[in-house]
Design a protein around this ligand. Structure first.
Ligand code: AMP
Length: 220
């Protein structure tokens, strides 16, 4: 059975960075639903255009569509585990994922919530750039690319995300996160799966805390 680690956190909390770290450490595959949706958007299909309109405004794409995209990615994955970065974003998504664990042959190993206050979010988003090709994320203050404007991983150009350029979109996403997170946390708390880390701590300390939690077989 393949293991799944779920990373929860408000935008800019460092989910992408920590997801990469966990994947390197455990040989898992990172699944960022945001990146998958942006890939669909880049195809320019009718569906891609609908997705683009929602992402630009900071709204959520439908639970059913995101789950479908996620399931496809899990089914195609050859790795022995996955880190979900950006899923679930609603209680319904958490419930839907739970309903298909057997079909997908997966087990949710742990859920990590990286906690970050709203004021820090704006500062992080202002300094966030990401790769237009592979989706790797950088912070111009705390996690700079080796060469300005160029992705360390694949060498493509770094850009500011369209939805990070609009304050209305950022605020919409913060509102949606705050509305949904308590329901998701309670869901995983009842299953004793959730672990909390302080997103203001140094990136490497957060990584260490997450690895420690993942290596422990204790219920939380
Ligand atoms: P992210 O890259 O995780 O910040 O996601 C960018 C955008 O993609 C979000 O603001 C949503 O519009 C959409 N998105 C990503 N993941 C989900 C999800 N699990 N459910 C619904 N929409 C999502």
């Amino acid at each position: 059975m393949k293991e799944v680690v779920i990373l929860l956190g408000i935008q800019g909390s460092g989910k992408g960075t920590q997801a990469k770290f966990i994947c390197e450490k455990f040989g898992y595959k990172q699944i960022s639903t945001g990146n998958l949706l942006r890939q669909e958007e880049a195809l320019g299909s009718e569906l891609g255009k609908e997705i683009a309109a929602l992402i630009d405004k900071g709204n959520l794409v439908s639970d059913e569509l995101v789950l479908e995209i996620l399931k496809k990615e899990i089914k195609n994955g050859k790795e022995n585990g996955f880190v979900l970065d950006g899923f679930p974003r609603t209680l319904k998504q958490a419930e839907m994922l739970d309903e298909c664990v057997n079909e997908l042959g997966i087990k949710i190993k742990k859920v990590v919530l990286i906690e970050l206050d709203e004021n820090s979010v704006l500062d992080r988003i202002r300094n966030r750039v990401s790769c237009s090709k592979c989706g790797a994320v950088y912070n111009l203050k705390s996690c700079k690319p080796k060469k300005d404007g160029v992705c360390d991983v694949c060498g493509a150009k770094l850009d500011i995300r369209v939805d990070d350029k609009k304050i209305e979109s950022i605020q919409e996403r913060i509102g949606i996160f705050k509305k949904n997170i308590d329901g998701i946390v309670s869901f995983y708390m009842k299953k004793s799966l959730i672990f909390f880390v302080d997103g203001l701590k140094d990136v490497s300390i957060i990584s260490q805390e997450i690895i420690k939690a993942l290596n422990s077989n204790n219920k939380l």
